[in-house]
Write a protein that binds this ligand. Structure first.
Ligand SMILES: [Zn+2]
Length: 444
């Protein structure tokens, strides 16, 4: 019989199929009598012991090794001993190679699919995964982002805090919550805190309080998306107020049609819609006005320079009519966060757009992965996804003078070349568009 199993110091002696599993009987190749591990005396055979261990699947079937080992007893000290086989993990009741196979797949496949493939119970898969995750935590260190995004993300049954690398479009970390008790120790122990030059967040004040004492070079910019969204929300409030003044059918028309018309940006409207919007001024001038103030607020971000943007905002605020109180609230909020909102124009690159896209994608990814997993596992499935991590891994070959062929003496033969070029690998976290792609591929 050809030994397909290739186990070290063990030979398959029988094989049978049972309940969709391949059961392979395995016995140690040698029958050497061991010495007592306690006292060093010679031992005696004391019956046989049979234990089952899961092994890597064969022909799409789970494999169980039925391992029959001789048990020995020491006549001097009564110690019982069963010689160990190097390929077995007694704790997990599986072969080391199966555990290795589970580790390399557990973040990409569901635990239940792996359980079906291998015959291991889901709890064992989970335990192997948790060990693996702990190991990753201790060994993988992503580079601290220069442009850091901090935001909330509703996943695995709670509001979490997601930390992104905006320039790399990657996820740097995911924290269990966004309370000061989590954030302050996190930023206090952040490696290379001086690397962070920009932090982009929403208007949630505790974010700022939690990172600013620990990131000496960081300047805060409030995410553009969160700022302009306030104008859309103000428009919504005004619309609801207006439609309440009309009869039911007109109210529904406002809610079903005009709502979307006014919420969209004009460059995404077709000619017909633009015409409808133009007509709006004739029968609902207040809504048209609210729409125009919403648009004018968005357009503040079209200005290239900070002074122009600030002037545009002042003018916008000065022209707000009394009939649009919801927009007055926006003015108040902008003034409360003035410095951090207009810091947008101080940054060398426009920080927020990619960030917003990333974040929406992350919610999709998390929702897709999230079913049945704890926060800890979900976080690892996102953060340590191999494919998404590979994209942001930079291998830099250190410049050690290689390629210098010329010698001042003209004698090139004596020029020595380094035979081993040191390679430094830097990792920047899980590439968010790749995570999205993986999820999308599964769905299609
Ligand atoms: Zn002994």
């Amino acid at each position: 019989m050809i030994d397909l199993l290739q186990l070290e110091n063990a030979t398959p002696t029988d094989v049978r199929s049972e309940h969709g599993k391949l059961i392979v009987t395995v016995e140690p190749s040698s029958d050497d009598v061991p010495l007592c591990p306690q006292c060093g005396q010679k031992m005696y055979k004391h019956g046989k012991r049979t234990n089952n261990f899961a092994d890597t699947p064969i022909q799409m079937q789970p494999v169980v090794l039925e391992v029959i080992r001789t048990r020995y007893r020491c006549s001097a000290c009564n110690t019982m001993h069963t010689p160990e086989l190097s390929f077995l993990d007694d704790k997990r009741r599986a072969t080391h190679r199966l555990i290795q196979a589970v580790r390399s797949r557990c973040l990409d496949k569901t635990f239940s699919a792996l359980g079906e493939d291998t015959g291991l119970v889901v709890n064992t898969i989970k335990n192997i995964a948790l060990d693996y995750i702990e190991e990753l935590e201790n060994t993988v260190q992503f580079e601290t982002p220069t442009i850091m995004g901090i935001d909330e993300l509703n996943v695995a049954g709670g509001m979490r805090c997601v930390i992104t690398n905006i320039a790399m479009r990657s996820m740097y970390d995911l924290l269990e919550d966004r309370t000061q008790n989590t954030l302050i120790p996190y930023f206090r122990s952040l490696p290379n805190p001086e690397n962070v030059e920009w932090v982009c967040t929403d208007m949630w004040r505790p974010f700022k309080r939690s990172f600013s004492p620990f990131l000496p070079n960081a300047k805060l910019v409030i995410d553009k998306f969160h700022v302009v969204r306030m104008a859309s929300e103000a428009l919504e409030k005004e619309r609801k107020k207006l439609q309440a003044l009309h009869d039911k059918s007109f109210r529904l028309y406002i809610k079903k049609s005009l709502r979307w018309l006014t919420l969209k940006r004009p460059d995404s409207l077709n000619e017909e819609e633009l015409e409808a919007l133009e007509q709006l001024g004739k029968y609902l001038p207040e809504l048209k006005m609210a729409y125009e103030f919403k648009e004018a607020f968005y357009q503040i971000y079209d200005f290239q320079n900070k002074d122009e943007a600030m002037t545009a905002f002042e003018q916008w605020a000065d022209h707000l009519p009394q009939e649009l109180p919801a927009f007055k609230e926006v003015v108040k909020t902008v003034n409360n966060h003035r410095e951090d909102i207009f810091a947008y124009w101080d940054s060398p690159v426009k920080i927020s757009n990619a960030y917003t896209e990333c974040n929406n994608g992350l919610i999709k990814v998390a929702n897709r992965l999230g079913r049945g997993y704890t926060f800890e596992v979900l976080r690892a499935k996102m953060l340590y996804n191999k494919e998404a991590r590979r994209i942001t891994t930079m291998g830099t070959i250190m410049n050690s003078g290689r390629g210098r062929v010329t010698s001042t003496t003209g004698n090139t033969s004596k020029v020595t070349f380094p035979t081993k070029i040191p390679r430094m690998v830097k990792e920047y976290g899980a590439h968010i568009p790749t995570l999205e792609e993986i999820i999308f591929d599964e769905e299609s």
